[in-house]
Write a new protein. Structure first.
Length: 68
């Protein structure tokens, strides 16, 4: 008995690229680049963060919630 062969459907049309980026995919890297460039051009504006870092505060709150 012969098995039936399946024919492939028509290949997808690849005339143009159908990929669209959201606006923020280009805006965020451009904004980060501009901020870093501004820090390089004027390093006196780059100050160290004062006080407790946000990550340390978050971990402290999580530890307090867990130990209660």
């Amino acid at each position: 008995m012969r098995a039936r062969t399946h024919t492939r459907p028509h290949p997808a049309i690849t005339d143009g690229v159908g990929i669209r980026l959201p606006w923020w995919a280009l805006a965020l890297p451009a904004l980060a680049f501009a901020a870093l460039l501004a820090l390089i051009l004027n390093p006196s504006d780059a100050h160290a963060a004062s006080g407790t870092p946000a990550v340390a505060q978050l971990l402290t709150h999580v530890r307090q919630l867990v130990t209660r």
